[in-house]
Design a protein around this ligand. Structure first.
Ligand SMILES: [Zn+2]
Ligand SMILES: [Zn+2]
Length: 722
């Protein structure tokens, strides 16, 4: 009788035991199909005795496994990572496993899939929905479901278009091998500092041992070229490398740089891939033939056959923290993966997080510094503009000093970048007559005006309405006013100030695909853009030698209602955006508009004394027992019914444990009290470093019951407090 333990992809279920039929071979890691009630589920065989608290079923009640799937097994280091992640973030193992088996089509035997694309012929019958779908789909190709998502319509609309001949089916062959990047293709000349740094990284890669490392280099110091040499070494050793990037929009410039160095692009992994592309990438990664993979955080859980190097670029970015589903931090999990795989993990950043610096101070992470820019470029000069003393005219947002600097820059034929971390035209629309404010019906949030698309949108749930013509309350004519600026409004002001200048707006609304990002890079590099107006999306990764001026429209924005990382985040963001100025031969200038010239973070930015800023911030955290000196966790209780949410939160709150070194705050209504129609309450747990906060929460929540409609999410090491 052989019994096997299986984790299925059903997150509601724990590990299950099955009988291994005679003649079937299924080692730990094997991907199998198992019966579950009347259905069949995909699962992975796990070691005997793993998950000791799983319910055991008598031998006579075991059902036999149905079959094994013809795909490489999930390797042992990844199984250990899945266990660790599930345990640390209090997530069901199945939910973590799902990230490893991220392409169901990769597990199917078929070698081709049917995808769909527009034929270019108009449909026989046109409707606004059909028109919208075709316009958004453009030249893209994918499954019906994918096209429906891109088009913002139902599957039925797409199927209707297929029937009408406006969209056609195409057979796509899968699994053509990826070209292998060539480590000797075109090595670049490195500066002496870069050479020394890369020599150390190469040495670590060769050692095939776990070693986390902080590559701490100022903006423009050429960190990418340095870690490229470690990738070259891994390639020469026949090992795979993984590079994590925080934004899909950064993938495109990265792919280009990589192709210049190695002759071929790496394999990309992100949410924008079509099913067929996902399958091809997944199989090549699992087979060990995809040698270099670049991706968003989800690439971290893929089943690499021979992982030899992990790089987390822009490692300070908070977008590495996943905020739904399994709430993991990709930077931290990357370090764990390096430990499981016994390979080095490089965290590259010009503005490392305090958590990472602390690991260096404890000598757990090695540090390599690149204190100077590559090619002798100077760091930009930074000026503060006091918005209380020399503000712009009423109804404008760019101060006269910055306008003058922009004028000089444009006259020299150079480029300028204005940074404001707010999408859309205005964050709030209100009626001047009756005071009505446009609020999202699903969230505690204002509807943000997007003038480019003539809509108001909620940035939390995606709810959109057409731009209103009149007030829905008092019906007064011409009474609606836009309050505050977003990037679109700044771009309007720029157009009014410099009618001849060519502007580009860069936000996730305009750069929503790698192709759009590529177009933007081409336009700016080719000199087709004079002024860029952008959100945090433009703050990093881009290298435009002719860009010499950066203006920060509102440096105080990130400090409002600040959580524990507000000052650090503001510092990082402004250093990063400043880092776009003067990266070539021409020197750069940065102007920071602020009402808080005396705030420590603004002072640090102006003086360039980052060491002192970090020392003060770190000391503040130490005194407050905040991370990395103490630990936070949050419990978020939500329900579509306000009373249910509140009652469940209070039941959980009343069951709070008394544990020495643990303080529990709340429950209290979340600052974002309603999100996507769910009423939310938060409990904050603050614990001393040495406390196993996961165990405390596990035991605590194990004693409380709640209704099926109520969701109780645990956020370990939270980055968001709303
Ligand atoms: Zn009104
Ligand atoms: Zn909303």
């Amino acid at each position: 009788m052989s019994r096997v333990r299986v984790i299925t992809l059903n997150a509601a279920l724990g590990p299950l035991d099955y009988r291994l039929p005679h003649g079937m071979v299924a080692e730990p890691g094997s991907i199998v199909i198992a019966p579950l009630g009347p259905r069949q589920v995909i699962g992975v065989v796990w070691e005997d005795g793993s998950f000791p608290d799983a319910e055991t079923v008598g031998d006579n009640r075991l059902r036999p496994l149905l079959s094994t799937i013809d795909a490489p097994p999930i390797p042992a280091p990844l199984r250990r990572l899945i266990e660790w992640t599930a345990n640390y973030y209090l997530a069901p193992p199945a939910a973590v496993l799902r990230m490893a088996l991220a392409s169901v089509s990769a597990l199917e035997g078929a070698r081709s899939v049917t995808e769909y694309r527009a034929t270019g012929k108009p449909p026989l019958r046109n409707t606004p929905k059909r028109e919208q779908a075709l316009e958004r789909i453009g030249e893209r190709q994918g499954l019906v479901r994918e096209l429906a998502m891109i088009g913002g319509v139902s599957d039925a609309v797409i199927r209707g278009l297929v029937k009408d001949g406006a969209i056609e089916a195409v057979e796509v062959s899968l699994d053509t091998p990826f070209p292998v990047p060539d480590p000797a293709f075109s090595p670049v000349d490195l500066s002496p500092e870069q050479s020394a740094a890369s020599a150390r990284l190469v040495e670590l890669t060769r050692a095939e041992k776990f070693q986390p490392l902080l590559l701490d280099g100022v903006t423009g110091s050429g960190k990418t070229e340095v870690y490229f040499e470690a990738i070259a070494e891994a390639l020469a050793m026949g090992k795979q490398s993984l590079v994590l990037l925080p934004e899909i929009a950064l993938t495109e410039p990265f792919l280009n740089r990589f192709a210049k160095r190695f002759g071929h692009e790496p394999v990309a992994w992100h949410s924008g891939l079509r099913q067929s592309e996902r399958r091809r990438a997944w199989r090549a990664i699992a087979a060990g033939s995809a040698m270099v993979v670049v991706g968003a955080r989800s690439a971290l859980f893929l089943p690499y056959a021979r992982l030899g190097l992990i790089v987390v670029d822009e490692a300070h970015e908070t977008s590495f923290k996943q905020e739904d589903g399994v709430r993991y931090h990709a930077r931290d999990v990357a370090v764990m993966r390096g430990m499981m795989e016994q390979c080095p993990v490089i965290l590259a950043s010009a503005t490392p997080a305090i958590e990472t610096r602390h690991q260096v101070a404890l000598h757990r992470y090695e540090e390599i510094r690149l204190p100077a820019r590559y090619g002798g470029a100077e760091m930009p000069e930074i000026f503060g503009i006091n918005m209380l003393e020399s503000p712009p005219e009423r109804g404008r947002w760019i101060a006269p000093t910055l306008v003058a600097a922009m004028k000089e820059t444009l006259e020299k034929g150079e480029q300028a970048l204005l940074f404001l971390n707010r999408r859309g035209y205005a964050p709030l629309t209100l009626c001047r007559h009756c005071g009505h404010r446009f609020q999202c019906p699903n969230c505690t949030a204002w509807m943000v005006e997007h003038r480019l698309t003539h809509r108001l949108a909620c940035h939390h749930c995606g709810h959109v309405i057409p731009a209103p013509r009149e007030c829905p309350e008092c019906h007064a004519d011409d009474s609606l006013v836009a309050c505050g600026p977003g990037v679109e409004r700044i771009a309007d002001e720029v157009k009014a100030l410099f009618p001849g200048a060519r502007t580009a707006i860069v936000t996730s609304d305009t750069l929503w695909s790698p192709a759009k990002a590529a177009e933007f890079v081409r336009d700016v590099s080719g000199g087709a853009v004079d002024i860029i107006v952008g959100t945090q999306l433009v703050t990093k990764g881009y290298h435009f030698p002719n860009l010499t001026l950066v203006g920060v429209i509102d440096a105080d924005l990130g400090l409002e209602g600040g959580d524990l990382r507000a000052a650090e985040r503001t510092f990082q963001q402004i250093v990063q955006v400043s880092g776009r100025a003067g990266r070539g031969e021409k020197p750069g200038r940065v102007f920071i508009q602020t009402r808080l010239l005396d705030a420590p973070v603004i002072k640090a930015l102006l003086s360039g004394d980052s060491a002192r800023f970090y020392a003060t911030e770190t000391e503040g955290r130490r005194i407050a027992h905040a991370p990395p000196f103490g630990r936070f966790a949050a419990i978020i209780v939500s329900d579509t019914d306000a009373t249910e949410a509140k009652e469940a939160a209070h039941r959980i709150g009343n069951a709070r444990p008394e544990v020495e070194g643990v303080e529990i705050y709340g429950p209290a209504p979340a600052p974002l009290a309603v999100l996507r129609g769910r009423h939310r309450h938060r409990i904050l747990i603050h614990a001393r470093r040495q406390i196993d906060v996961q165990d405390v929460i596990r035991a605590w929540l194990g004693t409380v019951q709640w209704k099926a409609s109520t969701r109780v999410a645990v956020d370990i090491d939270p980055y968001s407090f709303v």
